[in-house]
Write a protein that binds this ligand. Structure first.
Ligand SMILES: Nc1ncnc2c1ncn2[C@@H]1O[C@H](COP(=O)(O)OP(=O)(O)OP(=O)(O)O)[C@@H](O)[C@H]1O
Ligand SMILES: [Mg+2]
Length: 142
């Protein structure tokens, strides 16, 4: 399950509330660089995330949620490739939350993302579709 959503759209909260098996890019940043906010290790972080997803598949874990923003088809494509290679279904969980709501939630939390960064990311966001290759797309609304 590939999460798609802006910072503040509620991805981590939604997954944690349901106790779902999650690989998170932020947790990976923490594990690799002792810093949840380190944005300079993108390549290593996502390499490790995908490695973990594949290892879980090899161990027969049926479901893995990947918690990261995954705003564009090119960021999502590697998971669709894993799905093709390992013969599993890849679904998208789209946090369809207006950018104003994300901004408001972001202001209220501990780890604040600069508002202009969220604005820039909102402009980049491409909604996930089945045409892109997902078996199913589920929307989570505010
Ligand atoms: N459904 C909701 N209603 C109101 N507030 C929410 C909801 N979901 C999350 N929040 C709040 O919004 C803030 C951001 O949520 P969260 O950290 O889950 O977002 P995120 O999508 O994981 O962001 P990031 O991509 O930066 O990790 C938190 O303070 C959280 O408590
Ligand atoms: Mg999060």
């Amino acid at each position: 399950m590939v999460c798609v959503g802006l910072p503040g759209s509620g991805k981590s909260t939604w997954l944690a509330r349901r106790g779902l098996p999650t690989i998170s890019s932020d947790a990976m940043r923490q594990m690799l660089a002792d810093d949840i906010t380190n944005q300079d290790i993108h390549r290593q972080v996502f390499h490790a995330v995908r490695y973990m997803v594949r290892e879980r598949l090899k161990l027969g874990r049926p479901v893995t949620y990947v918690d990261a923003t995954h705003l564009t088809p090119s960021e999502r494509k590697p998971y669709l490739e894993i799905g093709r290679n390992d013969g599993c279904r890849v679904e998208a969980l789209f946090f369809d939350v207006p950018v104003e709501v994300c901004q408001k939630r972001n202001r209220k939390r501990g780890r604040v993302v600069p508002p202009e960064v969220i604005e820039r990311m909102a402009a980049k966001l491409v909604k996930p579709t089945r045409r892109e290759g997902f078996f199913k797309v589920t929307a989570v609304r505010a």
